[in-house]
Design a protein around this ligand. Structure first.
Ligand code: ADP
Ligand code: MG
Length: 630
């Protein structure tokens, strides 16, 4: 037991189970990147200052006249300690146990999995997963947190060696900050180099120069504080005065991500509303892009005072963009709800969305490779806008990129597609399914390939939805290749495919009988223009949802929409020709079995299991027995 733990009034707590594992993992696998502990603690201190600035909007008594926010780093070589102090919002007893005893519930386990998977790259993940505080244990064997919540009279002292327990005890007011937090690290034997002032200064410069709050360094307990970082709102500076590195650091601080932004957009708007925006498209896809609980990612300021740290400013399909918005036209002393309803804000939102899309569109035209990287990460989100935001559909369609039967890397734009349309081709064809490779093997595509007609292969879940509502592009309608009679007969076959087509016989007998056999399960049996190698495939009738959409709806319990498919057959296929001969003979049992198997096989190719598995098996073995002469 430590000395303090025997004192009166001292409570002991056990970390939540995951925390102990996490601490161990951090100390042992991310050890080589220890410098980042400072970045994390400075970022927490700056957050605390912003929080207090925000609370003081509604409760000015929390701040004293003339108070300026600052972060102070104090080195004490004799004690072997480094302290980071802020005059921010501080923590109550409750805050301490919940914030420093349980790690942001969001991500602990996910974090552990990711670190294990990424071998060494863990430092990048710490901020992203909201577990920054614990990085202190990479350099310290004892961490003490002295803190007082702004407005509270009592203060607290938290301490832990990071091995599984922490203690909290009351702290005499004379030893506590007036408001704010002092984090004292007793550096471990490997980490005494952090007592060197020039090293600390270099780390702050490298990792934290974009922090809003100024940082002061006290080189030894007797020295005067010296400012090593000015703080300040980057977005208020003229673009010409900001370096790329400064933007990048600011982004990393804002996003809690440590990649390089793919696109930085900084502008000032004047007009109906006056505002400044600094927005970033991340260089990598955040782990929670498709998490429905993902919060808004905009920080809203009015004249550099924070109004809201996570407002939903952008429509869902732009949720990957991180941004800061500062507008003097927004009232300060209002609740979030009122801000959300504000007319000025509505106008600002609209302006921002237009500008962001405009910039993305510009990138798609001028810098192909850069844009493709963005599309790869966020295209699936952007495509949601195709049905959520009809007003912007055209802009989004123009930048959209696809995998197609002509281009497998996903670089195809609709403009490329239209330019390569075949004579007499009237529609933009697509096929929706799971996984581009799997869709590419669908029999429905054969006739399109034989005619050199390109088909877009759509494999994102949102695809089945937007294609239904998109009217078309450049006057050409979108059309599913699994839907309706493929009207591609008017497009000439490529030379290589001509021979096959000529052997097509008339299979009238087969058609008539097959329709009867399958009466209950298909709408129709038809000669196909879309097949050249396979014997049969299923398609959706002309009007009504595409096959894939029906599957998605059925998977969500909306099977009321099930519509009988059409069986299309390839009249040139030897199997179909043989079945036609069989139809003319009198072995109706074998014929029926074979037609049912043909139907089930077509379904299987679309990922649909035969409805009656035992009947399917029985038919299959009857036909097999016959074939092998059993
Ligand atoms: P995150 O900053 O992503 O929330 P951290 O592990 O860095 O995750 O910090 C956990 C929480 O501890 C913070 O959200 C905050 O509530 C609290 N905290 C940490 N440092 C401070 C500080 N200097 N002042 C006030 N609260 C703090
Ligand atoms: Mg943090």
């Amino acid at each position: 037991m430590t000395q303090e733990s025997t004192m009166l009034d001292c409570e002991r707590h056990v970390f939540q189970a995951d925390v102990a594992r996490l601490l161990d993992l951090m100390v042992h696998s991310i050890y080589s990147e220890r410098d980042i502990f400072l970045r994390e603690l400075i970022s927490n201190a700056a957050d605390a200052c912003e929080k207090l600035r925000y609370e003081a909007n509604n409760n000015p008594s929390l701040l004293r006249e003339g108070d300026a926010f600052a972060i102070r780093i104090t080195l004490d070589a004799d004690a072997g300690s480094l302290a980071i102090e802020d005059n921010g919002v501080g923590m109550s007893h409750n805050d301490l146990t919940s914030a420093l005893g349980t790690i942001a519930n969001s991500g602990t386990r996910a974090f552990i999995e990711r670190v294990k998977a990424t071998e060494g790259g863990g430092a990048e993940l710490i901020g992203q997963f909201g577990i920054g505080f614990y990085s202190a244990f990479m350099v310290a064997d004892l961490v003490i947190v002295e803190t007082r919540r702004a407005g509270d009279s009592e203060a607290w002292r938290w301490r832990s060696d990071g091995k599984g327990e922490f203690e909290i005890q009351p702290l005499g007011p004379e030893n506590a900050p007036r408001h704010g937090t002092r984090v004292i690290l007793h550096l471990n034997d490997h980490s005494k180099s952090y007592l060197d002032a020039s090293k600390i200064e270099a780390i702050v410069n490298e990792h934290s120069s974009a922090v809003q709050t100024p940082v002061d360094l006290v080189e030894n307990p007797a020295a005067e504080p010296r400012r090593i970082s000015e703080g300040g709102a980057l977005w208020t500076k003229p673009k010409a005065d900001i370096t790329e590195d400064q933007y990048k650091e600011f982004y990393q601080e804002l996003a809690g991500q440590f990649d390089t932004p793919a696109l930085t957009i900084h502008w000032r708007a004047e007009g109906r509303a006056e505002y400044t925006v600094l927005a970033f498209v991340p260089g990598s896809r955040p782990f929670d892009l498709f998490d429905p609980a993902r919060k808004g990612r905009a920080k809203l300021y009015s004249r550099r005072v924070l109004i809201s740290r996570d407002i939903d400013l952008l429509p869902g399909y732009l949720r990957f963009i991180r941004l800061v918005v500062d507008s003097p036209d927004l009232p300060l002393n209002v609740s979030r709800e009122i801000v959300q309803q504000s007319q000025v804000l509505a106008a600002i939102k609209k302006g921002i969305v237009s500008r962001l899309l405009q910039e993305l569109g510009k990138l798609s035209e001028t810098e192909q490779d850069k844009f493709l990287a963005v599309w790869k990460n966020f295209g699936a989100a952007l495509k949601e806008g195709l049905y959520e935001d009809p007003e912007r559909r055209d802009v989004l369609l123009k930048m959209a990129r696809f995998v197609s039967t002509a281009e497998s890397e996903g670089k195809r734009s609709l403009a490329d597609y239209v330019a390569a349309m075949r004579p007499n081709q009237t529609a933009i064809y697509y096929l929706v399914g799971e996984g581009a490779d799997r869709i590419a093997a669908s029999p429905q595509l054969e006739g399109f390939r034989a005619r050199g007609v390109e088909v877009l292969l759509l494999s994102d879940p949102v695809d089945a939805f937007w294609v239904q509502s998109a009217v078309g592009y450049d006057g050409k309608p979108f059309k599913s290749v699994t839907q309706g009679a493929a009207d591609i007969k008017t497009v000439d076959l490529l030379d290589s495919a001509k021979n096959v087509a000529e052997t097509a016989g008339s299979v009238l007998e087969f058609m008539t009988l097959a329709k009867k056999v399958l009466e209950t399960v298909v709408e129709d049996v038809r000669i196909s223009d879309r097949l050249s190698e396979s014997a049969a495939c299923l398609v959706a009738p002309e009007f009504g949802p595409d096959l894939r959409l029906q599957q998605i709806l059925a998977a969500h319990g909306q099977s009321g929409l099930q519509i009988k498919p059409v069986l299309e057959v390839n009249p040139a296929h030897p199997l179909v020709l043989a079945l036609d001969r069989l139809a003319k003979s009198h072995d109706s049992n074998l014929f029926e079995d074979a037609v049912w198997l043909l139907f089930d096989e077509a379904g299987l190719l679309d990922g649909v299991q035969p409805k009656d598995a035992s009947a399917f098996a029985a038919r299959l073995s009857r036909v097999l027995s016959k074939a092998v002469g059993a």
